[in-house]
Ligand binder design. Structure first.
Ligand SMILES: C[S@@+](CC[C@H](N)C(=O)[O-])C[C@H]1O[C@@H](n2cnc3c(N)ncnc32)[C@H](O)[C@@H]1O
Length: 361
């Protein structure tokens, strides 16, 4: 009887990222992994320490060599990260060695399951998208699912419900500039850029200084005030730019400035250069603004005090973290706005922790 430490998992054919991912995760939980392939792979060999060579599955000596390796290495499980080989291995092991457990779904079956889960996720959000669109033509299920999928590939702090509400409100936004204060690595900026293009609203301006000093949350509990000090802000900045590369980039510019300096640059009314060096013209009137920068009360108050002076009639404010566990800056500013400017507000609601406010026309 093998002990858990002796029993090993064979990854075959260990030739791709899925093999490397399994190897890394298995090693971190103390599982012994043996990698094998029919072709050389220096990356896997380096990560695994050794890459055993086996014949191709259709070669006459495959079964003999495969079982010899399995027995010599105390293999009890087999992970097969290539769909065609997985299909072969399902029958092969069932007929010849049912004691070897084939673990994990076939990669193509994993993709099919992931696609179905994504469509179910988007389907759940569609009533919210349509509700927020208020009877105007909204995104289709496929579009919403596509936006969700791409947004999910980008690290960020906007959840599904907030993104769905964003998808909806653009259907009834006026024309003008789309602005985001606080972009991190671009999850919400990607969604805003897509929606601005899809509904022909206007160009996107993102503003984020990516510095530890600006990120510090002085109003939050002491343990949380400086958790962001250790972040590598050059990586966040480069990651943001990379994440937006596949999007239409002619109608987006970024200001690597704090919100206040960003507003001064925007208010000059001159074109701002896109990441590709092309001038992006802004109308000076904002159709949709997403305020998601520093959440200290003074910072949110300043963001709203500056930028909302440019919000168009019928325009939308999205004030992030109106409901927030680590402070009440956005909530206090949002509540003051709802109270003091009630007559100018057409509608307001809270969704995905953000406050959505639409001005009257
Ligand atoms: C909560 S994250 C933004 C998350 C992003 N909107 C998303 O959905 O993934 C906050 C961001 O605000 C930025 N920030 C902090 N202070 C700022 C300021 N004064 N002006 C603009 N951005 C600021 C930070 O650098 C950080 O990237």
């Amino acid at each position: 009887m093998l002990t858990p430490a002796e029993a090993a998992t064979l990854v075959f054919p260990a030739v791709n990222q899925a093999a490397l991912d399994y190897l890394k995760a298995a090693c971190s939980r103390g599982e012994r992994v043996v990698c094998a392939a029919s072709v050389a792979n220096d990356e896997v060999a380096a990560a695994a320490g050794e890459l055993h060579r086996l014949p191709a599955i259709h070669d006459a000596d495959f079964a003999t060599r495969f079982f010899a390796l399995a027995d010599a290495q105390s293999i009890v499980r087999v992970l097969c990260p290539v769909s065609t080989v997985h299909a072969f291995m399902t029958r092969f092991l069932a007929q010849r060695r049912p004691d070897l457990q084939l673990i994990g779904e076939s990669p193509v079956q994993q993709q099919i399951a992931a696609h179905r889960a994504l469509m179910a996720r988007a389907q759940r959000l569609m009533p919210l998208v349509e509700l927020c669109a208020g009877g105007f033509p909204a995104l289709s299920l496929r579009e919403a699912a596509g936006v969700l999928r791409q947004a999910s590939l980008i690290y960020g702090e906007s959840n599904d419900d907030k993104l769905a509400a964003m998808m909806g409100i653009f259907a009834r936004a006026p024309q003008g500039d789309v602005v985001e204060i606080g972009s991190l690595m671009g999850r919400s900026a990607f969604v805003l850029l897509y929606l601005a293009w899809r509904h022909r609203i206007g160009a996107l301006l993102t503003v984020d200084p990516w510095t530890a000093a600006e990120c510090a949350q002085h109003d939050s509990p002491a343990a949380l005030q400086h958790v962001t000090d250790e972040w590598d802000y050059e990586v966040l900045s480069e990651g943001f730019m990379l994440n937006l590369v596949p999007c239409r980039a002619d109608d987006h510019a970024h200001l690597r400035l704090p919100s206040e300096a960003g507003f001064a640059a925007y208010a000059r009314g001159e074109p701002i250069r896109s990441p590709f060096g092309r001038p992006v013209a802004y109308s000076g009137t904002i159709a949709v603004i997403h305020i998601d920068g520093n959440h200290d009360h003074a910072a949110v108050n300043q963001d709203c005090g500056l930028w909302l002076t440019r919000l168009a009639p019928g325009g939308w404010l999205i004030l992030d973290d109106y409901v927030w566990a680590h402070g009440d800056g956005p909530q206090r500013v949002g509540d003051a706005l709802l109270r003091d400017q009630a007559e100018g507000i057409e509608c307001a609601f809270c969704c995905g922790k953000a406050l959505f406010v639409k001005l009257r026309h």
